[in-house]
Design a protein around this ligand. Structure first.
Ligand SMILES: [Fe+2]
Ligand SMILES: [Fe+2]
Length: 264
């Protein structure tokens, strides 16, 4: 059956149909584009909010540890008649000893502030969700160290470094840069080297702390064990070895940080 000839109104309808199809198609593309963005924006926003939250909590909130503060072992002494005797209280720290302990614990606290920033920056740059979860978990474990060192500083009537926002910003930039430029494997290599250097540093502190500052030593000893575990985690996750010059630059940066944080 042949179609009747199109009048002016029919032609208008046909054109409108084509126009409407074009609009629908364009709107579909727009919606598709919008949805793509809608998917990307919340992901980035979540990661950014987490990073900002971590920065604010590290710098301005009182950190809460998930584990109890390590305490020196309460070794009982056995007398010849078999009775157990509690050890004598360790002697009080002199003002000079307190000042030395506080300076060393301040350096350790700065190290933990930097650890939070490094992990947070690396997690933000990380593309692999499994690895990002591991970095977030390690970051939470470092919060214990942050809380323990802060608590010890308060007991020693001292304070954290006044330059913490600066240390945080620097370490965050390094962590984010390592993740973005080097990728996940190099970022993990960075974790291994950082944790190794921190562990070596803590070993030094164990011998530098006043002999009878057992409270600080108990904290540092547990931190040293944890840092070694973090390094092993990163190694197992596929860390790439860092080039020697990068390790040396990291060592030099750590030296500047520890020297300044000892005083300020
Ligand atoms: Fe730590
Ligand atoms: Fe660590």
């Amino acid at each position: 059956m042949s179609q009747p000839p199109l009048g002016k109104l029919g032609l208008l309808h046909q054109r409108w149909d084509r126009f409407a199809k074009k609009i629908t198609l364009n709107q579909g593309l727009l919606l598709l584009e919008h949805n793509k963005r809608a998917k990307l924006i919340p992901m980035n926003a979540d990661a950014l909010i987490l990073a900002a939250d971590s920065a604010l909590r590290t710098l301005f909130a009182t950190p809460r540890a998930s584990r109890a503060t390590p305490k020196p072992p309460n070794l009982l002494e056995q007398l010849p008649d078999g009775q157990m005797l509690a050890p004598a209280e360790p002697p009080q720290l002199t003002e000079a000893e307190k000042s030395l302990s506080a300076a060393l614990m301040r350096v350790n606290h700065v190290g933990e502030v930097c650890a939070q920033a490094l992990y947070s920056g690396q997690a933000l740059a990380c593309k692999d969700p499994v690895l990002r979860a591991k970095l977030d978990a390690a970051c939470r474990e470092e919060t214990d160290h942050l809380a323990w060192t802060m608590e010890r500083l308060e007991q020693l009537n001292s304070r954290p470094s006044l330059l913490n926002p600066l240390w945080y910003a620097g370490a965050f930039a390094i962590g984010y840069g390592a993740g973005k430029l080097g990728g996940d494997k190099l970022s993990l290599g960075f974790v291994v080297e950082t944790e190794n250097q921190v562990e070596a540093h803590l070993a030094q502190h164990m011998s530098q702390l006043p002999a009878h500052d057992l409270a600080s030593k108990a904290i540092v000893a547990q931190m040293k064990t944890d840092e070694a575990a973090h390094a092993r985690m990163a190694q197992k996750a596929g860390a790439a070895a860092l080039p020697e010059p990068v390790k040396r630059i990291m060592g030099a940066a750590a030296k500047v940080m520890t020297t300044v944080a000892h005083r300020i």
